[in-house]
Design a protein around this ligand. Structure first.
Ligand SMILES: [Zn+2]
Ligand SMILES: [Zn+2]
Length: 280
């Protein structure tokens, strides 16, 4: 003779209570839930209730009690549809519930980015992802961020590296060349980085120098232009320090010229000759 539904429900509930302590209210609710499920099963099963059905019903109740938050645990993920425990809730499994991952997440209020897998598996995976190497752009970005903290003046370099537009890496140092200056904001080449041009980037020369770590005295112009300007300035008369600096530079140049000139075997000091030449 088959057991009565209420007897089976009581057995199931007993099993449930032995797993998790329940309050009176919870027991009451569970009993009703179990009984309801059993009634439905009985309707479907004309040949009476077998134990498998009862187990299935118990699982359904367990799944119904499980919150989405609890369903993802460290060592497993529990399918909220059927109560099955697994390492990963696969699309293949969800097909058996006639849903995809997106629908499942929607139904149970998971964020779309939530991985449907045991936490331990997710951790292991993200570690593996780090080992494999993050997407290039992301890695460059992170690296840039790190360097940015260390030295704000390399921002230009970073910008160039991350966008990858310019082939030779543009740095504040090489942005000022002999025949041109390259705007570190837009890459435009010009003889002189004017205030007028910088206005188009919403900054003035001071801000530009600050941003790229130039000293406030650095001329934002092609070296040849600044040289010509300093010569002109010299004629007008310069502050003493600057005059000295220019003189030192000239001397250096003369000396190196003398050295290369002195590369001829004679090795005779020709400095005086050169000086005369230079003076002309
Ligand atoms: Zn399932
Ligand atoms: Zn520009």
């Amino acid at each position: 003779m088959p057991k009565k539904l209420i007897e089976i429900a009581a057995e199931i509930l007993h099993a449930q209570v032995s797993l998790t302590p329940m309050s009176v209210a919870e027991i009451d609710l569970s009993l009703r839930q179990i009984f309801g499920v059993l009634c439905e099963l009985q309707k479907a099963e004309t040949a009476g209730i077998d134990i498998e059905c009862a187990q299935l019903a118990a699982k359904e109740v367990a799944a119904a009690k499980l919150t989405p938050q609890d369903s993802i645990q460290n060592d497993k993920v529990i399918c909220l549809e059927c109560g099955k425990e697994m390492l990963q809730l696969t699309t293949k499994h969800l097909v058996s519930h006639e849903m995809n991952q997106k629908e499942y997440k929607k139904k149970y209020g998971f964020a779309m980015g939530t991985p449907l897998a045991a936490n331990s598996l997710i951790k292991a995976r993200s570690k593996a992802a780090i080992k494999r190497g993050l997407p290039d752009k992301l890695r460059q970005y992170l690296e840039a961020r790190r360097r940015d903290k260390v030295q704000p003046s390399v921002q230009a370099e970073i910008a160039t590296v991350t966008t990858g537009i310019q082939k030779p890496v543009l740095t504040p140092q090489n942005s000022i060349q002999d025949d041109k200056v390259i705007c570190l904001e837009c890459g435009a080449e010009m003889r002189q980085l004017t205030s007028k041009h910088l206005v188009s980037h919403g900054m003035n020369q001071k801000e530009y120098r600050q941003k790229y770590g130039f000293s406030m005295q650095t001329p934002l112009a092609a070296k040849s232009v600044s040289k010509a300007q300093s010569k002109a300035a010299k004629k007008r008369g310069l502050p003493e320090k600057l005059t000295q600096l220019n003189e030192a530079r000239r001397k250096e140049k003369t000396e190196s010229a003398a050295q290369s000139a002195g590369a001829n075997p004679a090795g005779k000091p020709r400095r005086s000759i050169l000086r005369k030449k230079n003076a002309v």
